[in-house]
Design a protein around this ligand. Structure first.
Ligand SMILES: Nc1ncnc2c1ncn2[C@@H]1O[C@H](COP(=O)(O)OP(=O)(O)OP(=O)(O)O)[C@@H](O)[C@H]1O
Ligand SMILES: [Mg+2]
Length: 249
């Protein structure tokens, strides 16, 4: 029996997770543990391997090495679809709503995939659209949404599968500054419902508001991990991430 199985196991774990593309070690022996109800931030410069890590966790890519565990169960060989049905959901850095469907229909599809009856799926869609603050735009087509609204729709679609773990890839990326506090508020409220969160985020202020623990990635590797304030204050992190080259001097 695995040391960490059943009720005591972390929500999500990566053990020695690796992905090589040609000669590039995009993710290189990453260990990651996400506790139940915890919000962990993943930071790192462009190309650090953050999105690739999410693709490995969510099952859209198969790793070159290592394991992924969901509540102690080894899910490394599971399809993305099976992982999603088992409570592991994600949002995408570049959002892809069905442009011809309305906001309501987009969320409804997710709830139906989960196996809800039509009536239950409709109720869930209405509830989730309200939860992410999109009720006023429920009848609008995906193609007519602002970037901030697309990010909110993306959150509602991910929640429609009733996840226990949610991977968020740059929820505030490309969003106008005025829309950022509202998105932070939505993510925080999702965390308060007990969903474990793994949050990729470029904005250091945002990540420190949302995550209690930070993992810093560089060239596919974890080079720092700890309480958000401590990691954000490290000189090597600031030098690599914030471009404060003098900080490392
Ligand atoms: N499908 C792929 N094929 C080949 N190389 C890839 C592929 N996906 C990612 N890479 C490479 O893997 C490395 C990590 O990329 P990744 O997108 O995971 O970084 P990231 O940390 O998410 O960056 P960003 O902050 O810009 O989103 C990069 O060198 C990238 O070019
Ligand atoms: Mg990325």
């Amino acid at each position: 029996m695995a040391a960490n199985s059943g009720e005591d196991a972390p929500a999500l774990e990566a053990r020695g997770l690796s992905k090589v593309f040609g000669g590039v070690h995009a993710v290189d022996a990453m260990d990651l543990t996400v506790g139940r109800g915890e919000a962990v931030g993943i930071i790192g410069p462009n190309g650090a391997g953050k999105t690739t890590l999410f693709n490995l966790l969510a099952g859209s890519l198969q790793p070159t090495g290592g394991q992924v565990l969901l509540r102690g169960a080894d899910i490394t060989s599971w399809s993305a679809d099976r992982r999603c049905r088992s409570g592991l959901a994600r949002t995408f850095q570049v959002t892809l709503p069905f442009d011809d469907l309305t906001v309501f229909e987009n969320v409804l599809v997710g709830a139906l995939v989960r196996g809800e009856t039509w009536a239950a799926a409709e109720r869930l869609a209405i509830e989730l659209i309200e939860h992410v603050g999109l009720s006023h735009a429920a009848a609008r087509a995906g193609s007519q949404l602002s970037t901030g609204q697309r990010k909110r729709l993306e959150l509602a679609r991910a929640l429609s599968t009733s996840p226990s773990v949610l991977l968020l890839d740059e929820v505030t990326g490309g969003v106008d500054q005025a829309s950022v506090p509202g998105l932070i508020d939505v993510v925080r409220r999702i965390g308060q419902t007990g969903v474990s969160l793994v949050i990729i985020e470029h904005n250091m202020t945002v990540i420190q508001e949302l995550a209690t623990r930070l993992v810093f990635m560089h060239q596919g590797r974890k080079i720092a991990e700890g309480p958000a304030g401590e990691v954000a204050a490290r000189r090597d992190v600031r030098a690599l991430y914030l471009g404060e080259h003098d900080a490392a001097a």
